[in-house]
Ligand binder design. Structure first.
Ligand code: C2E
Ligand code: CA
Ligand code: CA
Length: 577
């Protein structure tokens, strides 16, 4: 047999196709001169090696598994493979592997032949798309699009489709060859994937055309940011074989539903996938007409999203003037006495046409504009006014917590505005607490720190909101003007099913106490959560178990019920939260 191989190898050295022969243990027995010309690896380098020394890392395990299954079943596999040369350079080539010499027996061998360019098979191109770029193919893309659209309808958020086409990609193929083209395409795919979230989908529609499905989009600004990111990522030059290649990409964008709240369109989901794609395609065509690197938004759909955002923005301006904003108060309960000791003020917007709009929807928009500054001031002022009313009608001295958006500290001068507001209600300064986020703490620029210190000097206290979701440590917080931490609802939710969260809540509480912080647990919904929090010595609880956020008059009623009318009259409740 070896004799035969020897004769065969002499012949193979004469042919132009690169060839690799492996034995039944998948160890290389021979590579021919054409293979050495292609990869730089000589016969001596490769003898006894597993062919995976050529692996480029561009294919996943599934790819190789499929290859072996086909080879075992059919005795032959062919497809596009991306491998690495001796100098590390990646190359993509068509490859045909055939099993010869019987079934896994002693003499079985695999002969891998790289066909010359002209012999590469038509149609394989299409089939090999996914393996070239490691991206889903067209069919899979349509599946994902249908899922995304169903979700958009359920969550009343938009799904956005980007269709991207590399400008003048033919030139890359013509000037540098198809191998270069393939390698660059796989890098393009990687860069696009790096610009979007894991929940989004990137697919290769064919040739030099890609698609991206962005799910859960709220507004047009976010879309523009992502589009911008993709364009910037692709503007960084690619290199192939020492040659620098600069690319630009044109993008067409369509969105569904046309407005995140349009009911009409969502009813006709049947053909939306196709029309979304054809709208993005025609936007892409428009973009191409405008020259390289252009982006075109399918006017009706995306402009509706813009309109939606612009409308919320302009309505929000009016909301302040028209008294559409109000505050609800969620009671904060002392776990020892079960008395109400304070409340968190939470913004509500009753829109004339749309009814209640949750803060999660309009606060990010207010934060993108300077509106958050006036809304923030309004909130503190209104909370103190309500607190004054509660005092006047005989409620005990409660403490009111107000959320301070990071923008109020970064863009605005929160210390100055809090000072002005507190001066209007001097007696109430030490009944006000501001809730700040870990993110703001971590910014810790001198300027932010000074502003927070300024607020503390006014007698106003501060709490860290959503503790545990960011990266700040308790010891770091001791250097900050903060006296309370609010453990995020996510930990409370999972305390019972996830013992790690239970241990964390316990540990955070005892460590916080040692460092002189008070602890509020947020979002407790069940009696067993409350009893666990009580056992670990948590000081206060705020959650639906006791009460949802309530309008001011209902909050007063709740306090009277919870604390007991008599208690309120007789007991002097100290400011201990
Ligand atoms: P947050 O500051 O973490 O407020 C607590 C949120 O958790 C509130 O939602 C509250 O209703 C909810 N919550 C409390 N207990 C429970 C519970 O047991 N179960 C469940 N499922 N939820 C509970 P809300 O009012 O929708 O506020 C959402 C977020 O909006 C707030 O989160 C805060 O970040 C922001 N926000 C609200 N009002 C203001 C404001 O006046 N200014 C600023 N800057 N942000 C605000
Ligand atoms: Ca809060
Ligand atoms: Ca919170």
């Amino acid at each position: 047999m070896i004799e035969n191989i020897k004769n065969l190898t002499e012949v193979l050295d004469l042919v132009d196709n690169p060839v690799v022969i492996t034995n039944s243990d998948n160890r290389i027995e021979f590579v021919n001169d054409a293979f050495t010309d292609l990869t730089g690896f000589t016969n001596d380098d490769m003898l006894g090696q597993n062919p995976n020394v050529l692996s480029s890392g561009q294919h996943d395990q599934q790819f190789y598994q499929d290859l072996w299954t086909t080879l075992d079943q059919d005795g032959r596999w062919q497809g596009r493979i991306i491998n690495r040369k001796k100098d590390g350079e990646i190359f993509a080539r068509q490859l045909v592997i055939s099993a010869i010499g019987g079934e896994q027996s002693e003499g079985a061998r695999y002969v891998a032949v790289y066909p010359l360019r002209g012999e590469e098979l038509e149609g394989v191109e299409q089939k090999g798309l996914a393996s070239l770029t490691n991206l889903p193919s067209r069919d899979f893309f349509f599946d994902r699009l249908s899922q995304a659209l169903a979700r958009a309808r359920r969550d009343k958020l938009s799904t956005v489709l980007l269709v991207l086409n590399i400008d003048r990609f033919k030139q890359v193929n013509t000037l540098l060859g198809y191998e270069a083209g393939d390698v660059i395409l796989s890098q393009v795919a990687e860069r696009i994937t790096g610009c979007v979230r894991d929940t989004d989908t990137v697919a290769r529609l064919g040739g030099d055309e890609f698609a991206v499905i962005l799910v859960g989009m709220r507004d047009e600004l976010t879309i523009r940011k992502i589009v911008d990111k993709v364009q910037k990522a692709l503007a960084i030059p690619f290199t192939y074989d020492g040659t620098e290649v600069r690319l630009s990409i044109s993008i067409g964008v369509s969105a569904f539903p046309t407005s995140a709240f349009s009911e009409e369109l969502t009813k006709e989901l049947s053909n939306v996938e196709e029309s979304l794609l054809s709208h993005a395609d025609s936007a892409l065509e428009e973009a191409k007409k405008q020259g390289q690197g252009s982006v075109e938004y399918h006017c009706k759909e995306v402009s509706d999203l813009v309109t939606n955002r612009v409308k919320i923005e302009s309505d929000l301006y009016k909301a302040l003037e028209n008294d559409e904003l109000m505050l609800n108060y969620q009671p904060i309960i002392d776990l020892l006495t079960e008395n109400v000791v304070g409340a968190e003020a939470l913004l509500r917007w009753q829109h004339i046409d749309r009814g209640w709009i949750p803060p999660a929807e309009f606060i990010p928009i207010a934060e993108d504009t300077d509106l958050i500054l006036s809304i923030g001031d309004w909130t503190i002022r209104k909370a103190l006014m309500d607190l004054k009313v509660w005092q006047d009608i005989g409620l005990p001295p409660l403490r009111v917590s107000v959320n301070l958006s990071p923008s109020q500290c970064v863009k605005g001068d929160c210390a100055k505005s809090v000072q002005e507001i507190v001066e209007e209600h001097k007696a109430l300064a030490n009944t006000l607490r501001l809730e700040i986020t870990e993110g703001l703490m971590m910014e810790n620029t001198q300027m932010v720190h000074e502003k927070l210190e300024g607020i503390k000097k006014l007698g106003v206290s501060m709490a860290i909101d959503d503790f545990g979701t960011g990266y700040s440590s308790l010891s770091y917080l001791t250097r900050m003007p903060v006296d309370t931490i609010k453990i995020d609802k996510a930990f409370i939710d999972n305390m019972e099913n996830n013992s790690a969260d239970a241990v964390l809540v316990d540990a955070i509480t005892s460590m916080a106490h040692k460092l002189n912080f008070k602890v509020v647990a947020e979002g407790a919904e069940t009696a067993s959560q409350v009893s666990f929090l009580s056992q670990v010595g948590c000081d206060f609880v705020q959650g639906y178990f006791y009460s949802k956020p309530l309008p001011s008059d209902e909050f007063v009623e709740f306090c009277r019920r919870q604390n007991g009318d008599d208690k309120i009259r007789c007991e002097q409740i100290s400011y201990h939260i």
